[in-house]
Design a protein around this ligand. Structure first.
Ligand code: DMJ
Length: 467
């Protein structure tokens, strides 16, 4: 009995040491894991790395495309959208370099823009693209730098764009000739019609002339008033007749930022009509387009009149939506959707343009250096401070550098499967992709998130709740 007791106690003691040992091991290994995590998300180091990648892209632009719209990073030459330069990359990139504290680069960029940019050109340009990249870029440059010539350029551009609103409905034509004011492109889409208020409204605020705000707001309202009985909009609409040409509804390219500017019109200007439009729209979007599939939480396509599902496609452009949901206060859906977006990114180690989320098969394999998934990670990190968004950001940065960096800059991918490159570097790579990556890792004081609203091209605009 005595020997039984001794062995029993010995057994208990052994068990105690084994268990405490294993728990010690466990805490050690989790400690090691934590160190690794900390290392992986060394924010300061990552912010510096993003800055270095930005400089690499900018140096390539300077060397091979100086004074032109965009760098072609493989052929090492340049591309001008309309055959003559509108200095798209310099304007789009200016506020990014300012936020990064790249003073020398910002100064040389400013010289280039202020001494050479002119809109007095006989070219027919896309109202939407020129508004979000150029007007947005010049306005944020003015607010950050204070040089009045940025504002004069913005006002000159705004005046030249105004005739685009002269359709029978007040919704803008797709194209406008900057010299003659001649318009074209009668069939447009909600994004191109409804993504003008942040820029035109800010121009009104800064110049004291209400005409810009009123035109852009009217266009947004006229479009909203044509929503279906169930609250959705279609893909294309005739701006003279006001008739829908394609009734498929979604949150992707062609509609996306129409929703974004309802929300941001409210947040930026305190506009109650925008608040009402956003609240009505988001309800319909969540009711008919949100899809809790086997593969995750997504947003799909449906007919705007019946709400019937038409397809289950989701893509790089749709990945802006977690940011909008978060800004609108719906963190639950925002986080669930960003998790799905991250799955999409990781299918091939870098984000495809589009997948079918039913099968998780890639339906369009390109990657054009888009920012949306990074923008959403930045918003979500701001709202949650969950380090997983920093880890996501590190993955995005590493993959972009691994697959897209060339010796002259960064190249799009023709296919995320083969990783074959394409000879293009859109200006939004410097305006948005690298800015959001930088801000994700940079100290919060770099930019006070609560005092600005980003236009859809990531140009920060100061909030003024005047309405
Ligand atoms: C940008 O020009 C803007 O973000 C726009 O709203 C849609 N997409 C591109 C970047 O992907």
């Amino acid at each position: 009995m005595k020997s039984f007791l001794v062995s029993f106690i010995a057994l208990i003691l052994i068990a105690f040491f084994v268990l405490s040992g294993s728990s010690y091991c466990f805490s050690l290994s989790s400690h090691t894991k934590k160190d690794v995590t900390d290392q992986r998300i060394d924010k300061q180091k990552l912010a510096e790395e993003v800055k270095a990648q930005f400089l690499h892209a900018w140096e390539g632009y300077k060397k091979y495309a100086w004074g032109h719209d965009e760098l072609k990073p493989i052929s090492k030459t340049y591309f001008d959208w309309y055959g003559t330069s509108l200095y798209m990359t310099p304007v789009d990139a200016f506020d990014t370099m300012t936020l990064m504290g790249l003073k020398k680069e910002a100064e040389e960029d400013k010289e280039l823009i202020l001494n050479h940019l002119s809109f007095d050109k006989d070219i027919s340009v896309k109202t939407f693209e020129i508004t979000i990249r150029m007007l947005g870029g010049l306005l944020s440059a003015y607010e950050l730098d204070g040089n009045k010539r940025f504002l004069s350029l913005a006002q000159d551009l705004g005046n030249r764009l105004l005739p685009s609103f002269n359709s029978k409905t007040g919704m803008p034509y797709q194209y406008i000739n900057l010299k003659t004011g001649k318009t074209s492109g009668v069939v447009s889409n909600p994004a191109e019609i409804g993504t003008l208020l942040v820029e035109f409204g800010t121009l009104s605020k800064l110049t004291g002339n209400p005409v810009y705000y009123n035109k852009a707001k009217k266009a947004l309202v006229k479009l909203y008033n044509r929503r279906s009985k169930i609250g959705l909009v279609g893909s294309t609409i005739n701006v003279d007749t006001g008739k829908w040409e394609d009734t498929e509804s979604h949150i992707s390219g062609g509609i996306d930022s129409y929703y974004e500017y309802q929300l941001k019109g409210w947040k930026l200007f305190g506009d109650k009509d925008c608040k009402r439009m956003w609240e009505t729209s988001i309800k319909a979007v969540n009711k008919y387009l949100a899809d809790s599939a086997r593969t995750g939480f997504w947003y799909a396509q449906a007919d705007m009149n019946t709400g019937k599902r038409t397809s289950t496609l989701f893509g790089a452009l749709d990945a802006f939506f977690p940011a909008e949901l978060a800004l609108g206060g719906d963190l639950k859906r925002a986080e669930a959707l960003e998790t799905s977006c991250y799955k999409m990114w990781n299918l091939e180690g870098i984000e495809p343009e589009q997948i079918n989320f039913g099968s998780m098969k890639i339906t369009y394999p390109g990657y054009v250096l888009r920012p949306e998934i990074i923008e959403s990670a930045y918003y979500l990190y701001h709202y949650t401070h969950n380090e997983k968004y920093l880890e996501m950001g590190k993955t995005f940065l590493d993959d972009i550098v691994k697959y897209c960096r060339t010796d002259a800059g960064f190249a799009e991918l023709k296919s995320v499967v083969t990783k074959e490159k394409n000879d293009g570097m859109e200006s939004f790579f410097l305006a948005e992709t690298l800015k959001y990556l930088y801000l994700l890792f940079a100290p919060e004081k770099t930019l006070d998130f609560n005092k600005i609203i980003f236009n859809t091209e990531a140009h920060p605009i100061k909030i003024s709740l005047s309405r």
